[in-house]
Design a protein around this ligand. Structure first.
Ligand code: ADP
Length: 749
């Protein structure tokens, strides 16, 4: 090792180390212990360089140096290493240059000249870190960050700048902010600012924000907030500009105000003292104040105060976070407006009240009208005598009128929320509920007559039920009205009954009338026929004086017959007239039945035989002769029965019998039976033949002329004498008339 060289290195204060071929330190400069922080003799000399340069880089560097020296005899190279430093507080960045020492004594020694670059490296490291920080910050910043030199040329810009200004890649070559991003209207201001900034002696500390405008690549302008800081580097000023795009904020504010002012409802923000901080147009319009006027006022100047000392209840709104109430607000013209206030507590900005004010004048008026209409409706409901109810869709009473409620000794209020099961027997209530459901399912109402219990009375009512629908067409309940028609139904029933009776009476009268008409025709005919015969024969006899005796006798018999027919007819008519005008009581006289019966049988035997009929007469052995009674009535009855029998019989016989039964002391019941084999009487006529003027079997009346009076007179007389008259008959077989009459027997002397 050339001592001169080492001296020189030492003098130049260049740290050096000599190591042998095995990298063991054999000598070093005086600075070396300090660089490594080790003791010169005990920790350096005789120790391997590997011990103190123990990082991987160092080992590689050392190996490379020794390899080159072994192969080529020398190596001049450089490697930087961090020295493993046991004692020193800081790591050392050092660069090593190695040279093989050409020395005969010590073959393979290597001189390392060490350059300690620790301070420089640290500065570089710090700078690097700072730069990286700045880049990270500027890359992630939402704000545009631009660095300008003092001529306004853009030196640096971040991603946000590109985004905000709408540029892709800026050509920065000599371009200024002025060229690129300053809008027309702001160029003068920009230039003035740049001039001030370039001449400023002190750096701007930044932090002062100014709202300016920016220009996008496409020429549009937008609101921009700018803050500038300056730094001086190597005699030159640099400006760091941070710019924020205010478009969103401005737009949001614009929208906010547009919405507020487009709102129909009033809106205001008030502070804790109730001072208006912000008011929309609608609220100004509502109250008639201008915005500046309102902004000088408090809520207490506007809102109606219920009681002394009350007013803007900030505390309660704050506690609840929300409050909605109805009150009145006073207009500029001292009028009160009904309003609904919705106040929200907003924690931000020192506790503000954000409030909506709705004009409810119309709503109040509508409510008022509704209340009135409800009152009218109630009045109407109460004033009609019918019973009215309204039930909801579950058949629960919503309201009823007093007419209904009073049936139960209750008031309408008692019905609310109850059902029919609370008032009616279960079965009836169930029926009502079924009816309700059916009516609600149908679209139209139903009218029905039904029963209804009021107390212990069962009434018949007429009811109308109709479904009520909500605006969506869903059934929401049922309206019913009903009234008592019990009396009406009874009256109708009574009327129907009377009507039926009248109809029957009329029918009877019509029949009677028809019979009377028929009777008149018959009677006139019956009277005229025998009279004409009598008159004709009498005339002939008057003219033919020389009439043979036989013929005369025949004429006289005919005259006599016709006279009898005439007489019988007259008698009947007289009887009828007598009965109708003055019904008289039967006589109680003693008379002899024998001659009466003898005359009758004699006469009808002749009539019967004249018609070719057999006439039978049978008188019971103990039949009395002298009796007490009405001989005329008895004879009239028998006469009529026998006359009919002969009249209505064409072949066969007519039988007449008389029996008597004891009916007490001196009392007998006489029974006369007239039995014929004639035409008979239809069963349906049996009840009618005893009425006046009735003649059965019209077709036969032509053959059997009569008045229709005989049997009615006979029945009349039989009843008067406390007797009875019966008939049994069969059409085509004949008839049996039975006449019962009680008589007295005169006591024997
Ligand atoms: P008339 O003058 O028509 O005989 P009556 O009152 O005696 O009136 O009788 C009423 C009707 O009763 C007769 O028209 C006849 O139709 C019926 N009638 C009465 N007796 C007999 C009888 N023995 N046989 C059949 N019909 C009879």
């Amino acid at each position: 090792m050339p001592a001169r060289m080492i001296d020189q290195l030492t003098r130049l204060r260049v740290p050096w180390i000599v190591a042998d071929a095995k990298a063991v330190i054999v000598g070093h400069g005086p600075q070396v212990p300090a660089i490594f922080g080790r003791e010169p003799d005990s920790e350096l000399l005789g120790h391997s360089l590997h011990e103190i340069l123990d990082s991987w880089d160092t080992a590689t560097g050392l190996d490379a140096a020794y390899r080159a020296i072994r192969e080529r005899g020398h190596w001049i190279g450089e490697f930087t290493t961090v020295i493993a430093d046991a004692g020193a507080a800081r790591p050392r960045w050092t660069t090593w240059r190695a040279t093989a020492i050409d020395d005969d004594e010590r073959d393979g020694d290597v001189l390392f000249v060490i350059d300690d670059r620790s301070e420089l490296a640290r500065t570089k490291f710090d700078l690097d870190r700072m730069t990286r920080c700045f880049q990270a910050i500027s890359a992630s910043s939402h704000d545009a960050i631009v660095i300008l030199d003092q001529h306004g040329r853009i030196n640096y810009y971040n991603d946000a700048t590109r985004r905000i200004f709408g540029v892709h890649q800026m050509d920065l070559n000599g371009r200024t902010f002025y060229d690129l991003l300053t809008p027309e209207g702001y160029r003068d201001a920009y230039l003035r600012g740049l001039f001030d900034f370039s001449r400023a002696e002190r750096p701007f500390e930044g932090g002062e924000f100014r709202v300016l405008a920016g220009r996008r690549r496409d020429g549009t302008e937008f609101p921009l907030e700018l803050s500038v800081s300056t730094v001086r580097v190597e005699n030159a000023w640099w400006a760091l500009c941070v710019m924020r795009d205010l478009s969103d904020k401005v737009r949001v504010e614009l929208e906010y105000h547009t919405i507020l002012n487009a709102m129909r409802d009033g809106f205001f923000v008030a502070d804790a003292q109730g001072r208006f901080l912000e008011v929309n147009n609608a609220y100004c319009r509502l109250l008639g104040y201008t915005l500046p006027e309102l902004l000088r006022m408090k809520l207490n100047d506007i809102e109606e105060v219920a009681a002394e000392g009350e007013g803007f209840h900030y505390e309660s709104i704050r506690r609840k976070g929300f409050s909605r109430y109805e009150t009145r607000h006073r207009t500029r013209h001292d009028q009160w407006i009904d309003v609904e206030v919705t106040a929200n507590y907003l924690d931000a900005l020192g506790g503000r009240i954000v409030t909506l004010v709705r004009d409810i004048t119309e709503k109040k008026a509508a409510e008022d009208a509704l209340r009135k209409s409800e009152a009218h409706y109630r009045h109407l409901l109460e004033s009609i005598p019918q019973k009215v109810f309204y039930k909801d869709r579950d058949s629960v009473y919503v309201t009823v009128n007093s007419s209904f409620a009073s049936d139960f000794g209750m008031t309408p209020r008692d019905f609310v929320g109850k059902t029919d099961f609370d008032f009616f027997p279960a079965e009836l209530a169930a029926k009502y509920r079924r009816d309700d459901a059916r009516v609600m399912e149908g679209a139209r109402g139903e009218a029905m007559t039904e029963h209804y219990t009021s107390g212990d009375r069962v009434l018949t009512v007429q009811s109308h039920k109709m479904p009520l629908f909500d605006p969506d067409g869903r059934a929401m309940g049922i309206l019913g009205i009903f009234w008592d028609i019990t009396e009406r139904i009874e009256m109708e029933e009574e009327l129907r009954r009377k009507h039926r009776e009248t109809e029957q009476a009329l029918e009877a009268a019509r029949e009677a009338d028809a019979m009377r008409t028929n009777f008149l025709a018959n009677v006139s005919h019956e009277l005229r026929t025998p009279l004409n015969a009598i008159k004709g024969l009498a005339n002939v006899m008057a003219i033919e004086t020389e009439m043979p005796t036989e013929k005369r006798l025949q004429y006289l018999a005919t005259i006599n017959n016709n006279s009898e027919v005439l007489l019988r007819m007259m008698n009947n008519l007289i009887e009828v007239a007598r009965i109708e005008s003055s019904p008289h009581a039967p006589k109680e006289m003693v008379f002899d039945l024998d001659p009466l019966l003898a005359a009758l049988t004699q006469r009808f035997e002749i009539h019967a035989q004249a018609k070719g009929l057999e006439f039978r007469y049978k008188r019971a052995p103990r039949f009395p002769s002298l009796v007490i009674g009405d001989p005329i009535m008895i004879e009239t009855v028998l006469n009529n029965l026998l006359d009919n029998a002969v009249k209505f019989t064409d072949r066969g016989h007519v039988a007449f019998s008389a029996v008597a039964m004891r009916a007490g002391v001196n009392r007998r019941n006489l029974r006369f039976v007239v039995d014929d084999t004639g035409i008979g009487i239809p069963a349906e006529d049996l009840g009618k033949i005893f009425q006046s003027f009735y003649q059965s079997d019209r077709s036969s009346t032509k053959r059997f002329r009569g008045s229709g009076l005989g049997l009615s007179i006979a029945m009349e007389f039989a009843k008067k004498m406390d007797g009875a008259l019966h008939v049994e008959s069969e059409v085509g077989r004949g008839s049996v008339f039975t006449f019962d009459v009680p008589v007295g027997i005169p006591p024997r002397e």
